[in-house]
Design a protein around this ligand. Sequence first.
Ligand code: NAI
Length: 255
Amino acid sequence: MNQAQPTGDFDGLAALVTGGASGIGAAIAALLRDRGARVAVLDRDPAGAPAGTLLVKADVTSDEAIRNGVAEVVAEFGALHTVVGNAGIGAIGTVEDNSDEEWRRVLDVNVLGLVRTARAALPHLRAAAAERPGAVSITHTCSIAATAGLPQRAAYSASKGAVLALTLAMAADHVRDGIRVNCVNPGTVDTPWVGRLLGRAADPAAERAALEARQPTGRLVSADEVAAAVAYLAGPAAAAVTGTALAVDGGMQGL
Ligand code: NAI
C-alpha cells in the first residue's frame, strides 16, 4: 500500500490511532506504519486493524479505558508522539428525528471521545515534544459536515462542528507545549461506514451515484487519500502547520 509515498519520516516515532480498525483509521494506521512509526490502534473492535500494529481494545466513551489504553501504549513503545483521534459514529436525521439520547451518544463518541483521548495523551506528548521538537502532533478526523450544510445530518454535523472548534482551541492551548493540533475534513469516503449506509438505502446504486455526484470530482474519496493528508499534517513537512482544517473532499466545499 502507498509504495509511491516517501517512507521513513516517522522513524522512531510512536503513534496512536483511535478507530484504527476500519476504513479511514485503518488506512492511517497502515500508512504511519509504512512510514516508520510504531503504531497502536485503539478501537472498541480492534480485530480489523492492519498487521504489525499494537491492538488496544477500548471504547472512547470510557475515560478509564482510554487512560489504561494510552498507558499500555506508552509502556510498550516507551513514548507517544503522534495521536490521531479518528473514532466516530454517524447519525441520520433532522433535529426533529433524533432523541436527546441519540444526540448524547453522537457527541459522546465524536467529541468527548477526542477530549478523553487528548487528556490521557497530553502528558506523554508534552514529554515527547521536549525531546523531539516539531515531531509531536494531534490530528482529528473531522468532516466537511463541520463547514457545509448537509441534509439529514443534524446531530452528526453539530458533533463535527464541535470537533473543528475543539481542534482550533486545542491548537491554541498547546502550541507552547510544542504540540501541533490539526484536523482533516473528508468529503464522502469509500469505507465500510458508507457501505453500511448504502446497504440500508432503497436503491444502493442510485444512492452511491448521488453521493458521487455531490463531489465535483465525480467520485468518492478513498481512505488512502485521507490517510495521506493525515500523515502530512502529523509529519515533519507540516512542522509549521497548527490550527488548520485540511479538506479532502473532491472540491465539495470550495467549488
Ligand atoms: P468506519 O465505521 O469504517 O470505522 C470507524 C471505526 O471506529 C471502527 O473501527 C469502529 O469500531 C471505531 N469506533 C466507533 N465507535 C467507537 C468507540 N466508541 N470507541 C472506539 N472505537 C470506535 O468509519 P470511517 O468511515 O472510517 O470513519 C472514521 C472517521 O471518519 C469518523 O470520525 C467519521 O466521522 C469520519 N468521516 C467519515 C467519512 C466517510 O464518508 N466515511 C466522511 C467524513 C468523516
